[in-house]
Design a protein around this ligand. Structure first.
Ligand code: HEC
Ligand code: HEC
Length: 209
């Protein structure tokens, strides 16, 4: 046990672990009508720059709602709405969307080969790490470490996030989790970003963990 704790500390897992929320799905479902215009009633947004929330980890959603509300992660479209959310509302909404299922989507066949390479192996020459190492072989992430689900997410949203992480955008000097992605994206090319974003959009149907 001691050894386990020590290796977890070395990996930074404890420091990085977001607080677990205890949201109520039914109350979250009621509030979700406020969000439906952009994120879809079940968290499957119709517009590809608005992220899908369906099936995302509860702790990730709860953390990001707080980041958005405090403006540490500025989302102009959500400023009015997030100001109205209580702590409990945010936990409930997170529980609701986590309980929904991401709608299936496909990758662009022309981009799959490069996308899969980056996802599974990274780019050793430029030091881009394999996405799979943290986001998992099926893109399901790891809730305890704060690694979000990527599988099925709109390619346009994923590409926009990667481009912004590459430019150094994060949620503050103290925020270790978003800074991880600054390091990951730093050396990615536009082509690699487009390919891996399309690949993860199609990961939805590629099977098990
Ligand atoms: C007017 C449109 C709009 C509305 C309404 C809206 N959002 Fe958003 N939301 C966005 C956009 C745009 C982004 C992505 C911003 C970006 O690219 O950084 C986002 C991002 C998010 C994220 C981060 C997702 C991720 O994968 O990192 C969460 C969580 C979220 N919204 C939850 C909500 C909830 C809950 C509500 C309702 C209380 C809501 N949003 C209402 C537009 C909206
Ligand atoms: C060392 C672990 C690690 C590696 C490797 C990694 N990520 Fe991440 N990724 C994270 C963490 C942690 C977050 C959450 C950041 C936050 O909560 O602010 C994240 C967030 C993201 C997001 C934002 C998701 C959303 O819904 O807004 C995208 C997109 C992403 N990663 C793509 C990738 C891709 C593509 C690769 C491979 C090139 C990759 N990541 C490699 C840890 C990693």
């Amino acid at each position: 046990m001691k050894l386990l704790i020590k290796s977890a500390l070395l990996l930074g897992l404890f420091a990085a672990t977001p607080a677990l929320s205890d949201g109520d799905i039914a109350s979250g479902a009621e509030k979700a009508s406020m969000c439906a215009a952009c994120h879809g009633i079940d968290g499957n947004s119709a517009v590809s720059v608005w992220p899908k929330l369906a099936g995302q980890h509860e702790a990730y959603l709860a953390r990001h709602l707080r980041l958005i509300k405090s403006n540490a992660r500025p989302v102009a479209q959500m400023t009015g709405i997030s100001a109205m959310l209580s702590e409990q509302d945010m936990d409930n909404l997170a529980a609701y969307y986590a309980s929904q299922e991401a709608a299936p989507a496909v990758a662009d066949p022309a981009l799959v080969s490069l996308g899969e390479k980056i996802y599974r192996a990274g780019n050793a020459e430029t030091g881009v790490p394999a996405c799979m190492a943290c986001h998992g072989p099926a893109g399901k992430g790891n809730p305890l470490s704060g690694y979000p689900v990527l599988a099925g997410q709109h390619a346009d949203y994923t590409a926009s996030m990667l481009t912004r992480y590459r430019a150094g955008e994060n949620w503050g000097e103290e925020d270790a989790l978003s800074k991880i992605m600054n390091g990951v994206a730093e050396e990615m090319t536009d082509e690699e970003i487009a390919a891996v974003s399309s690949y993860v959009q199609g990961l939805y149907s590629s099977g098990t963990e």
